[in-house]
Design a protein around this ligand. Sequence first.
Ligand code: ATP
Ligand code: MG
Length: 392
Amino acid sequence: MEDAGVLLCRYGELFLKSGNRRRFERVLADNIRAAVADLPGASVSTTHGRTLVRVRPADVDDAAGRLERVFGLVSFSVARKVAAEPDLEAIGAAAVDEARAALARDRLVSFKIESRRADKRFPVQSPEISRRVGGRVHETTGLAVDVHRPALTIGIEVTPGHAFVYGGTRGAPGGLPVGASGRALLLLSGGIDSPVAGWLAAKRGLALDAVYFHSPPYVGEKSRDKVLSLARKLARWQAMRSVTVVPFTDVQKRLRQAGPGELAVVLYRRMMMRIADAVADQLGADALVTGENLGQVASQTIHNLATIEDAARRVVLRPLLTYDKIETTNLAQRIGTYETSILPFDDCCSLFVPAHPATRARVADVAPAEAKLDLAGEVAAAVAASERVAIA
Ligand code: ATP
Ligand code: MG
């Protein structure tokens, strides 16, 4: 595209994984491509450890907002492309333009130049590029060079055939590209925790589907809508494909009747694990993810977590296990799920449950209650009655 806006994307961590690097780069480029796919004429290419996104100049801000939600990206810069066969003269002129543009926005006193020469055939080495271009910017604009605490950092990257010049860097979320680590199934309730747990799992490269256990009429349609809207929030990070809504009321009642009240939460959770495993079979997910936390509520003791996990065939990931509530809440605010999570809603796990749940439920304690149910039949029936809602 002629006269395109260029966004120069950086992805640090991938370099560490030399064996997988190519695959990670490909997944990241695919995800970036998907993020800008509906911008007319957008294109994405990867060279020399950088991914370049080209869009119409009018779409640059929009594209930048999207890149801020692509996992695997560490940072990016909106850059000027210096045309074919760049020389120091053209690079210097672009750097002066960047400095002037920055001066038009802010009152600045100092700057520095950071150069990177990915094209080793370019005749001038990086420190020398910085020195010469820096001299020119200083002479033209009067800005002082300050290599320690500059108000403005002008970046220069020289690649074969092109140079890029930019006047600042924007942060991106880091982590690994979604999908690079496989697929997992998130147990998504309407609370604060599970959306954050899903976000953290996606940040480490897991593509997600969600399962939600719904207990009408004790839990209203609003709760279901709330879970779907949380899933859509996660989809903004390319992290969510579908929500499977599982009707849970009947099996919950049977579980409640089969055993003592203080074991109800653990019995519900073990059943959730079994049904989630069956849903994960359908979706090709390799792990389950929950928002469980150590000790946050009486039911979440290490003993109960072990007994709950015993019912799952897959590894159960609990990204929030060690978080304080305030840390989770802060993260929920940052990723934009908090406002939805705090809407009033009913939680199926508090249904038919006494005030004092068991804190040390062992598998042997719940076994007699579970023996009264046809577990495989319950799982099959729940899965058959479930509804899958496409999110992205
Ligand atoms: P959250 O804020 O995510 O609801 P929580 O701190 O309230 O978590 P619990 O209500 O004990 O903790 O739930 C623990 C985890 O079990 C949740 O984070 C979620 O992963 C899963 N879970 C609980 N209820 C449901 C449900 N109705 N549907 C799907 N998953 C659920
Ligand atoms: Mg909850």
